[in-house]
Design a protein around this ligand. Structure first.
Ligand SMILES: C[S@@+](CC[C@H](N)C(=O)[O-])C[C@H]1O[C@@H](n2cnc3c(N)ncnc32)[C@H](O)[C@@H]1O
Length: 249
């Protein structure tokens, strides 16, 4: 997929960033590679932010994460003999999408913040070059765009037929917490609050053929709009599930 097709700016100097933040190529000494990183004042934001599917938490979760028993997999309807096509319309750093693709699903990732989409593209390109993750990366396709505004167009341009749409918009209350990890502060500075989540849910319900699933903090209210048919609760988060039709054959 070319940068033009994916809508991702290939010249990182042209990507608009909040004051004090920079996108830079840094050496990855462990993988003997270069990676794109978002860098800010360490005291305020902590370590640089980049996307790494090959090592670290993503690799650990791939090996020991619990397979189809994971909440995100159950919510998206992955089960024995059922592997739906999924749009992750709030891709972020791609963690949920990588889990789903790791379990065999074809996943279209959509991210509206240019800098986050660039970090994600860089992570996907490196995953595609590494033997442990190449097969998973081959099931992941990225588009830069706003899913609340143009979900149907983004999906059509990728020739994708989503059975399931996964949404994990930012939840404003979490931001106020003093416990927000430094890594998340940098991410939040870029992504902001996703106050248009009700519009995104509406768009997702129009485009998904089978179900829409929404990740929320466990105690948070559902997104304003139609009520979910059922919910799945984990330790800290919950999935609200909006069903159009069964995924079972
Ligand atoms: C909480 S993060 C998602 C984290 C992601 N689930 C993961 O596993 O890394 C929310 C992300 O969705 C993006 N986003 C929110 N609304 C969007 C929209 N309408 N279209 C595309 N991206 C959106 C935000 O920019 C942010 O990067």
């Amino acid at each position: 997929m070319s940068d033009v097709e994916s809508g991702i700016e290939s010249d990182i100097d042209k990507i608009a960033l909040p004051d004090g933040l920079r996108l830079v190529q840094v050496d990855d000494v462990v993988q003997g590679d270069k990676r794109l990183a978002l860098v800010g004042d360490e005291k305020r934001y902590g370590k640089p932010l980049s996307v790494d599917f090959v090592a670290g938490k993503a690799a650990h979760r791939r090996r020991f994460g619990g397979g189809r028993g994971q909440l995100v997999a159950k919510a998206c309807g992955l089960a024995k003999g059922v592997t739906p096509s999924i749009v992750d319309a709030t891709a972020g750093l791609g963690r949920d999408a990588f889990v789903l693709a790791g379990l065999g699903a074809q996943v279209l990732l959509i991210e509206r913040v240019a800098a986050i989409a660039a970090l994600l593209q860089d992570g996907l390109q490196r995953a595609a070059r590494h033997s442990d993750t190449a097969e998973i990366a081959a099931r992941m396709m990225l588009r830069h765009g706003d899913a609340a505004q143009s979900l149907a167009e983004l999906v059509a341009s990728a020739h994708f037929m989503p059975q399931v749409i996964h949404l994990d918009p930012m939840f404003p209350h979490r931001e106020k917490s003093a416990l927000v990890k430094k890594e998340m502060r940098l991410f939040r500075e870029l992504a902001g609050d996703d106050n248009d989540a009700p519009r995104l849910l509406e768009a997702a319900l129009e485009v998904a053929t089978h179900r829409v699933v929404v990740k929320r903090p466990r105690k948070a209210p559902p997104i304003a709009g139609p009520a979910p048919q059922h919910t799945l609760e984990g330790k800290t988060s919950r999935y609200d599930v909006y069903v159009h039709r069964s995924l079972a054959r």
